[in-house]
Design a protein around this ligand. Structure first.
Ligand code: GLU
Length: 709
């Protein structure tokens, strides 16, 4: 073959290179796809907000439009949320404002968490009998009210990092309080669910249950007292709150309801600026909330435990994925209970907890086959070369609170992730008379039982789970997200990050994908939408799924496509979330229809006292014999779906479905079988795991999904 050589001059070389580059650009995508981006949508370029209520989102968008930065918009959103979602957050509560300043490449967080007044001690929530005061009484008592921080937090953030003043960003909130806001489906439901609490002290009922009739969807919620309070703040700043008439009204009401807060507590309140915790996950930088929140460290622990697996290959919400994820949660929550509290009072092993070697050691406790028992805390201090003794008291089962989270990116690439709360829905149920603001019950986040790291102490902040989180890639802003939901916040945020980075879902789908939560063996809370076979197979591995699914959290996230400089966002469907971009992207979440699982069947199946989630169309009761769809029964018993030869003769066909008698199958598997006629329940009993000693205490290096290189 003859070789052809062509001589080109310098200019022609450049031209040739350009032609080749052009040809390449026509055949290959210009950039690697950025995870989480919704390719069907035109992204925004001038800023974006994701908020749990459209009216508050509108306030934030307006500020961005006027040239305000992310911090200004966040302040406007929080104040508006106080009006339109008053059961979740407001100036009677506290929160964490996570800030990323693009120009300085700086992360910081303004901690406006409520703190305990001076005149309390570790027995605050114990009754005369030495036992914790019953929950309803405790969480609606003046004792539960922490010194509120939100207003000081907003003011501090604006003064340090904003471009607008408190008196400017408060205007949309005043207007909403004065003119009223139409109640949406979810806020109407929150009122309906909290009637007893709102009526207990009366003042809140006058606003939310006027003339004894609870406001319902479509009704106008007008709040003149709150408008007055906001106007006072517009005029006098936070001084009128911490050092003036609003503070005096708060203190009087708290004392009237059994609390000890004084004006001195109010005057001494300070929002604190803290350095976030951060860790790397698959090349992304995760920046999140340090103590007094357990959020950041626990999220990073969960992610780093999962980093050792090929999560994408495990598959979203598959048995193998959730089995490992739930155990990663158990390990992380065990450490959380033992080591995490307000760092101003207790040393927290912030480095040890997310030290790579420590994580590698902990990961070995994840059993690829069964969940074998509750995880115990590790010894992260070892990885800081320290030996500090801390104690965990038994974690009390208490109702999971709710709060609200929103996220913002501005046109300059600054980001804010802000989780803000009054703890329970409607906080303590105490509204300050004539000032229209709801007071928090944040001090119930302390352990009621003294002795642990999170016991009550004067001036201390209760341990939080709130986790406003930022994700960066190669120094570029990528994502800001967070969620309400008490301790479930942590797993909601971690799962959303996994869904974007590993499972490659666009942000909105990543948020809507059903989630699970388990802070300890064996109970799992789960959202409808997790495949029933997956639930049953996980139960066969020893996880106990709650009988009925329930919503978990309410994630709001914004995302920056750092390759194309476009912004996207996502909002959860458990509230009327809204994602508003300044120049593109605009949607409001509609009330979702409920996922239908099925009705109660003709009988119930309990294995080792746990009810298994089978539904009417999967069960038959024929001539006193209980049948379950063969493949569903096998899933719950941890068998492969193939019907073994010796069981084939027992199958019962109906409407094209194959059923098997529960007793016959269970006895073949050595279960003890009985029938509780009164409750129409088939009871199966056996040590289903049959673990060996080594199973229970072993290290598990063998796992096909582990990443070994
Ligand atoms: N009190 C909770 C915490 O700080 C937040 C409220 C909630 O969402 O439960 O973790």
């Amino acid at each position: 073959m003859r070789s052809i050589s062509i001589k080109l001059s310098g200019g022609k070389w450049i031209a040739l290179i350009l032609v080749i580059a052009l040809l390449l650009s026509l055949t290959a995508p210009a950039f690697a796809a950025v995870p989480g981006v919704d390719a069907t949508m035109e992204g925004a370029t001038e800023g974006i907000v994701a908020v749990a209520h459209p009216k508050a989102a509108e306030a934030g968008k307006m500020v961005l439009q006027q040239g305000g930065n992310a911090i200004d918009a966040a302040a406007a959103i929080q104040l508006a949320l106080n009006v339109v979602e008053p059961m979740m957050s407001g100036i009677g509560g506290g929160g964490f404002t996570m800030i990323y300043l693009k120009d300085e490449n700086k992360f910081t967080v303004i901690d406006s968490r409520e703190l305990a007044p001076q005149n309390v001690d570790a027995t605050l929530f114990l009754g005369e009998d030495g036992e914790p005061i019953p929950w309803f009484e405790r969480h609606t008592s003046g004792k539960a009210v922490g010194v509120p921080g939100t207003l000081m937090g907003i003011e501090t953030a604006l003064e340090k990092y904003g471009t607008m003043t408190l008196s400017e960003v408060i205007d949309p909130a005043i207007k909403l309080a004065e003119e009223g806001v139409e109640l949406n489906w979810i806020n109407a439901l929150y009122i309906e669910q909290n009637i007893a609490k709102l009526e207990q002290y009366g003042t809140a009922a006058e606003v939310f249950i006027p003339n004894g009739v609870p406001l319902k969807k479509g009704d106008l919620l007008v709040q003149p007292d709150l408008a007055k309070t906001l106007k006072l703040i517009k005029e006098h700043g936070s001084d009128v709150f911490y050092n003036g008439e609003i503070g005096e009204a708060i203190v009087a009401e708290v004392q009237k309801r059994g609390g000890s807060m004084t004006m001195e507590d109010m005057r001494n309140y300070r929002a604190v600026e803290r350095t976030p915790v951060s860790g790397e996950y698959r090349g992304y930088e995760i920046v999140s909330m340090p103590p007094p929140s357990s959020g950041g460290l626990t999220i990073i622990q969960i992610l780093k435990l999962m980093e050792g697996y090929d999560v994408e290959k495990l598959g979203l919400n598959s048995v193998e994925y959730l089995h490992r994820l739930l155990q990663a949660m158990h390990l992380s929550y065990a450490d959380r209970a033992k080591y995490m509290a307000d760092e101003d009072f207790i040393a927290v092993p912030k480095e040890g907890l997310i030290n790579q070697e420590y994580i590698n050691e902990r990961r070995k406790l994840i059993n690829p086959n069964y969940v074998v028992g509750n995880a115990e805390a590790g010894d992260p201090w070892k990885y800081e070369n320290k030996n500090i003794d801390t104690t965990a008291v038994e974690q009390e089962e208490k109702p999971i609170g709710e709060t609200t989270h929103f996220s913002v990116i501005d046109q300059w690439g600054n980001m804010v992730a802000y989780t803000t709360t009054i703890e329970a829905v409607f906080g303590a149920g105490i509204m300050v008379p004539e000032y229209g603001l709801m007071l928090n019950n944040e001090l119930t986040d302390f352990d009621a039982i003294p002795g642990g790291v999170n016991e009550v102490a004067p001036g201390k902040r209760p341990l939080s789970s709130m986790s406003p989180t930022l994700v960066l890639k190669d120094g570029q802003p990528f994502m800001a997200l967070g969620s309400p939901g008490g301790p479930t916040i942590i797993t909601s945020v971690a799962q959303t990050i996994l869904n974007v980075i590993d499972h490659k879902l666009p942000i909105q789908e990543a948020i809507l994908a059903p989630r699970v939560y388990s802070s300890g063996y064996p109970t799992v809370r789960w959202e409808a939408g997790i495949d029933q076979d997956v639930v049953l197979q996980l139960m066969a591995k020893g996880h106990v799924f709650q009988e009925t699914p329930r919503d978990i959290g309410n994630v709001q996230a914004v995302l920056f496509d750092y390759e194309n400089n476009k912004m996207y966002g996502g909002a959860d469907d458990t509230r009327e979330g809204a994602v508003f971009g300044v120049d593109a992207v605009y949607f409001v979440i509609e009330e979702p229809s409920k996922i239908y699982l099925g009705e109660q069947g003709p009988f119930t199946l309990k294995i080792n006292d746990v009810i298994y989630p089978y539904y009417d169309h999967q069960m038959l009761l024929e001539d006193g014999t209980s049948y379950i769809l063969a493949n569903k029964l096998f899933a719950g018993l941890g068998l492969s779906k193939e019907i073994p030869e010796d069981l084939k003769e027992y199958t019962f066909e109906e409407a094209g479905n194959t059923y098997l008698p529960v007793r016959v199958v269970a006895e073949a598997l050595d279960y003890e079988v009985s029938w509780d006629g009164e409750n129409r329940t088939v009871l199966l009993k056996k040590d289903i795991h049959q673990f060996s000693e080594s199973d229970e205490y072993g290290y598990y290096d063998e796992d096909e999904f582990k990443i070994t290189n």
